[in-house]
Ligand binder design. Structure first.
Ligand SMILES: CC(=O)N[C@H]1[C@@H](OP(=O)(O)OP(=O)(O)OC[C@H]2O[C@@H](n3ccc(=O)[nH]c3=O)[C@H](O)[C@@H]2O)O[C@H](CO)[C@@H](O)[C@@H]1O[C@H](C)C(=O)N[C@@H](C)C(=O)N[C@H](CCC(=O)O)C(=O)O
Ligand SMILES: Nc1ncnc2c1ncn2[C@@H]1O[C@H](COP(=O)(O)OP(=O)(O)OP(=O)(O)O)[C@@H](O)[C@H]1O
Ligand SMILES: N[C@H](CCC[C@H](N)C(=O)O)C(=O)O
Ligand SMILES: [Mg+2]
Length: 496
């Protein structure tokens, strides 16, 4: 696309100089580390850096046009001045990448917990229909079977539009994507034409960023107000899929002009789970879809996963798939890496690696383990540094109250002193409960597994699929599944 044609979509702008030599744009980016010859560079003021300070660097790397919101002393290339470069990024990327989101059937999933799980369930359902799928979320971006890395749960709008456009090129038809509250506030999904928007739940997280639960809820609500009431490009009506057992789900009904499909375990929900039986090898329940009743089995355990399954079912049903097909796909789904991932061993001790890093996530995980075992539950847990401080005492309290043997350790301490994070967790522990602590996560895992007796379960919470640990500025390899497997093997050898 020619540069002059690209910038036409920006309505209010000042171009200096007014006339410039046109060129074919090779890349649109806000990051100097991506710039190549004939790029358009958008200067964005961020939380850490100011992109305007990188303009010369961008030109040196090949940028031929700059979009800025503040005066820059640029020589040799035209500058397009706008009021807000973040908004310009959304408008330009939609234009540059050809409105890919309109060509795709996109299901956006938001909520504090369950987004990764629900998007994987949706991916599995559509794949079972022999459709080519895309997935965007915490763990990766996926185009069919191709796995691409990701920095954020929801990428910046340019990366997102670029990814969607690649999906269109490769024949993807259906996309499941996680939409984080921070992304919604930062406009990372501005202009994305969602067909279905799903709400899982709202509990405490990210208050370092949002400050209050009210702001956090507002951020989540944006997905529903942005869904609009238009018919989607392919003619299907847009649908908001809402968990109405969560009071926030009910409130979101008011915000959207789209059609609403509710789910929950109360009979008043349009899609509900009844007669739920959670056992150690999975969960069974009656699925009520309006006035139809089906039997549903999932290999995943826990009441929270009943909600995740309902959310995925509702999203697929809202997309027009037959209930029987969805149910069959859900039955075959084996779970997501690092989400209640079981590692059994001949010692009789089992470890469960789970990504519970919020108070509610941890509570749900511990409650589930308590339901499936009569033996003891150990809980190795830490809290991330440079993230919501307020959740630390709460997670400390939950681990202490809902496990038999809580053990506190480090998650990703980042720039913070790990001992201080652990002390904050300890401040929430009720008096009388003793909690051993280990700054070294490996030692904590080894200790728990050594202490556990046959039949006991060791929950290793907070890092799930992560294969790294961030200490200071250093990111080193660390994988809870590997560590637990090693510790269980050592226990087995010691017992021989
Ligand atoms: C605080 C925050 O949210 N930061 C996000 C934000 O960065 P920012 O706009 O503040 O950017 P910045 O790093 O200050 O840089 C400013 C500008 O200079 C540019 N730059 C910077 C350096 C350089 O050498 N060259 C260069 O051009 C940058 O590309 C950017 O355009 O926008 C970036 C692009 O979208 C994000 O990658 C970045 O996420 C950081 C890494 C982050 O840790 N974010 C977390 C808090 C986050 O967003 N989490 C959510 C929720 C997770 C979940 O619940 O699952 C997520 O969606 O991941
Ligand atoms: N519906 C749910 N309600 C409460 N807790 C849940 C639910 N689903 C999952 N969890 C817990 O939260 C953890 C994270 O789940 P998942 O990765 O699916 O959530 P997420 O919303 O993608 O999280 P993130 O915000 O980090 O991307 C799980 O390991 C589990 O312990
Ligand atoms: N999406 C979450 C991930 C937290 C995972 C935990 N291991 C940590 O590093 O704090 C966040 O950015 O808050
Ligand atoms: Mg996620």
């Amino acid at each position: 696309m020619q540069a002059s044609k690209l910038i036409k979509c920006l309505k209010f702008k000042k171009i200096i100089p007014r006339n410039f030599e046109d060129f074919t744009v090779s890349l649109l980016t806000q990051d100097t580390r991506e710039v190549v010859e004939n790029s358009v560079f958008v200067a964005v003021k961020g939380a850490q850096f100011d992109g305007h300070l990188f303009v010369q660097q961008a030109i040196k790397a090949g940028a031929k046009l700059i979009v800025a919101q503040e005066k820059t002393t640029v020589v040799g290339v035209p500058v397009v001045y706008v009021n807000d470069t973040k908004r310009a990024m959304a408008i330009l990327s939609s234009r540059f990448y050809g409105g890919a989101s309109q060509a795709l059937h996109i299901i956006g999933v938001t909520g504090t917990n369950g987004k990764t799980t629900v998007t994987h369930l949706i991916e599995a359902i559509f794949r079972a229909q022999q459709r080519k799928t895309g997935l965007i979320g915490t763990m990766y971006r996926k185009i069919g079977d191709e796995v691409l890395p990701t920095k954020n749960t929801t990428p910046d709008i340019i990366t997102l539009q670029r990814t969607l456009s690649k999906m269109v090129e490769r024949g993807v038809s259906d996309v499941a994507m996680e939409v984080s509250s921070i992304a919604l506030i930062q406009g990372r999904v501005w202009g994305i034409d969602f067909d279905v928007a799903v709400f899982t739940n709202l509990t405490r997280d990210h208050l370092d960023y949002h400050k209050t639960m009210e702001n956090y809820k507002h951020a989540k609500s944006l997905l529903f107000s942005q869904l609009g009431n238009r018919y989607a490009f392919n003619g299907d009506p847009k649908v908001a899929v809402l968990n109405i057992d969560d009071p926030v789900g009910k409130q979101f009904e008011q915000l959207t002009a789209a059609q609403v499909l509710t789910y929950g375990i109360k009979e008043s929900a349009m899609i509900s789970a009844q007669k739920i039986k959670v056992h150690s090898r999975g969960t069974d329940f009656e699925l009520h879809v309006f006035d139809q009743v089906y039997q549903l089995h999932t290999q995943m355990i826990g009441m929270f996963n009943v909600y995740n399954v309902l959310a995925a079912f509702a999203a697929a049903y809202a997309s027009g798939l037959p209930a029987e097909d969805i149910i069959m796909a859900l039955d075959g789904f084996k779970g997501v890496r690092g989400r209640m991932q079981l590692i059994s061993s001949p010692t009789g001790v089992s470890a469960i690696v789970d990504y519970s890093h919020t108070p509610d996530g941890l509570y749900q995980a511990l409650k589930t383990l308590d339901e499936v075992t009569k033996q003891h539950v150990f809980c190795v847990v830490g809290c991330g540094g440079d993230r919501d401080h307020g959740k630390r005492p709460k997670m400390g309290e939950i681990a202490a109250e809902h496990s038999d043997f809580p053990i506190f350790t480090s998650d990703n301490p980042r720039s913070e002193d790990p001992q201080k994070i652990i002390s904050a967790m300890l401040s929430g522990v009720p008096t009388g409960i003793k909690v051993p602590t280990f700054v070294d996560r490996r030692q904590a895992i080894n200790y728990a597994i050594q202490q556990a007796q046959p039949g006991d379960l060791v929950l290793i919470a907070g890092k799930g699929h992560e294969d790294y640990q961030i200490i200071g500025k250093q990111k080193r390899h660390f994988d809870d599944v590997e560590e637990a497997t090693k510790a269980l093997w050592l226990k087995e050898q010691a017992g021989k």
